[in-house]
Design a protein around this ligand. Structure first.
Ligand SMILES: [Fe+2]
Ligand SMILES: [Fe+2]
Length: 250
């Protein structure tokens, strides 16, 4: 199994965008806080997995894993807060120019009703993605040794998570573990595709509606203005016949 930490092809493709994100203090803070949220949420979900699993060894490992993720969240949050305090610019609003997702993949985690083999396969894929993403991020923050040190530390944990989930998956499902990993990978890809497709559809809808607004609205506005010009100003007298009612005494 792959134990080394390498960026995924998508991460390598997105490297200019990652560089752009990490190249600005505001975006860097934003990204660290996003990582913090995803890690903390993932930690809570894995804590839930420790509660529901019937396997005593997995319960202990999930518990350690959850503690790691919660600590990662805390490390990211503290670093983001420290950067925020040290920021000397007068800008009051953080520009949310971060087009990248949280990075860990644990944000898609489902615990309830999931068998351990499915959960382990999902966790293995998510941890591998996280390790690749954090390795890439670590290389982009060379100018900030404290941030880089945090990535180094977290990366070691993510590699451990990636490895233990694979080993445990092979233990609980010795004959089908490879198939479970492939299924988890396909499911993750599908979710990523749906996320991107929804984003593109939203963007496309906004562009089309804007174009329609500028193409369809001007003729109606012109017709309304022309009708207004033809309308005589002030009160308009009506004929007596129109005011007569055949059924009322008034
Ligand atoms: Fe983590
Ligand atoms: Fe992890």
């Amino acid at each position: 199994m792959p134990a080394v930490t390498r960026s995924t092809p998508i991460d390598r493709l997105m490297r200019p965008v990652h560089r752009w994100v990490w190249g600005d203090v505001d975006r860097r803070v934003r990204k660290l806080l996003t990582f913090a949220d995803v890690e903390t949420d993932g930690g809570r979900d894995i804590l839930r997995a420790a509660e529901v699993t019937p396997d005593p060894l997995l319960r202990r490992l999930y518990l350690e894993h959850a503690i790691d993720e919660l600590r990662h969240g805390e490390l990211f949050r503290r670093r983001g807060a420290a950067l925020l305090r040290a920021r000397s610019t007068g800008r009051k609003v953080l520009f949310n120019g971060n087009p990248l997702p949280g990075g860990h993949g644990l944000d898609d985690l489902q615990i309830e009703g999931e068998a351990d083999h499915r959960l382990l396969a999902f966790l293995h894929i998510a941890e591998k993605a996280a390790a690749g993403r954090f390795a890439s991020s670590r290389d982009l923050v060379d100018d900030a040794p404290p941030t880089r040190a945090i990535f180094e530390e977290i990366l070691r944990d993510e590699v451990f998570h990636m490895n233990y989930t694979y080993t445990q998956l092979a233990r609980v499902s010795p004959t089908l573990y490879r198939r479970h990993v492939w299924r988890a990978r396909a499911s993750r890809l599908w979710r990523r595709y749906l996320r991107v497709a929804a984003m593109v559809a939203g963007l496309f809808g906004a562009v089309v509606l804007t174009i329609l607004y500028f193409i369809l609205l001007p003729p109606f506005a012109w017709l309304a203005k022309r009708a207004e010009r033809r309308e005589p100003p002030g009160w308009t007298p009506i004929s007596r016949e129109r005011g007569a009612s055949p059924t009322s005494q008034y």
